[in-house]
Design a protein around this ligand. Sequence first.
Ligand code: ADP
Ligand code: ZN
Length: 439
Amino acid sequence: MAKSRIYNPEMECMHPEQRKALQGERLRQTVNRVYDNVPLYRERMDEKGVSPEDIKSVEDLKLLPFTEKTDLRDTFPFGLLAVPKEKIVRIQGSSGTTGKPIVSGYTEHDVAVWTEMVSRALGAVGADEQDIVQVCYGYGLFTGGLGAHQGATNVGAMVIPMSSGNTQRQIMMMQELGSTILCCTPSYAAYLGEAIHDAGLIPGKDIKLRAGLFGAEPWTEGMRKRIEELLGIQAHDIYGLTEIAGPGVAFECEEKNGSHINEDHVIAEIIDPATGEQLPYGTAGELVFTTITKEGMPMLRYRTHDICTLYNDVCKCGRTTVRMGRITGRTDDMIIVRGVNVFPSQIETVLVKTPGVAPHYQLIVDRVNNADTLEVKVEMTGELFEQNDSLGEMQKLQKQIRDQIKSVVGILTKVTITAPKTLPRSEGKAKRVIDNRKL
Ligand code: ADP
Ligand code: ZN
């Protein structure tokens, strides 16, 4: 089995003080560049009474204005470009999980930086010329497919650009070509794992996968365990977003204790989403990114709406970069049920720990007689379905899950266990919440 390695030791293992100096210098250059070239940034900075000369180090970051997804929409498509349009060699767009799509322009240098970041993530699973990387993230405006593709090519692996969909064909190619590394969303990895089982194929024997980079949507430790068991692999988290650089902004090392942020290219902050105040390491809040090497569309203090915690303690792997914990939810994915904040990930934690149910679920929110209701639909496994007393078992399970969710989230839900393979599958990002109250 290939060993995990550090792709760029100079940058990934740099002394934190030295990195801070590098970040400060790159931040200064970025601010100067956007102030001169992007009207929106100049106006916002002028409004706040901040001039480029005020930004001397990373500590001065908090003086700068925030940006939001709405800024990208309002200036669509090219209003935030900091270079002439001729310099842009690629457009990528958001998958549109939330609202209208947005686009970002990348220069040749920006694509190279992004490729480097994915290469670091692949290095962490030891990917090299020996590997066959099956990419089943969608190719297109969505950054998943091309991002993984570029990185895998760069580390010299053989790439199978499957894109998403057609599960039977994915499995056939995986088997025939002997794919060793899988790149897709965690929900699709779980789905693939099940389909492989159903086909009677044995991981390790018929299927040669040894590792996977999974991201683009929130997932839990329980889901990781399921995927690792189903596919017989090491499952690593990879995080990114179109506005910053697509997948690779952060990735997990073999310690799997949070994702290392590529801090020579971005600066991460955690803020209180209500007040905008910076929060210390170890405190959960909204993740904010500032790009410090991006040419095409640099982003100053971009609010991701993703909720997580940053950690700066030393990691055993040797990398010295700050790590981000799992995304526990997006502020726009949070559902408020009878006044209680609920994230799909909380429900997932309960479901993946329960034997007898498969990792496929949906949350359906509604309002009946002026009161919110939350129904949790989850599939039973094939094994349970085939048992003689499946009905009795199912009722027991329903109660067990309801009690567990009550103790984790604090509200009573209706739990419905459906027959195997009845909930919709997604080949890209899973749609977990259906909120009928808004309709
Ligand atoms: P969209 O906002 O339309 O989903 P993107 O395709 O750019 O746009 O996706 C970026 C978002 O996907 C992130 O802001 C985050 O919410 C989610 N995401 C990406 N990677 C991960 C990950 N590893 N864990 C949790 N969420 C992730
Ligand atoms: Zn590490």
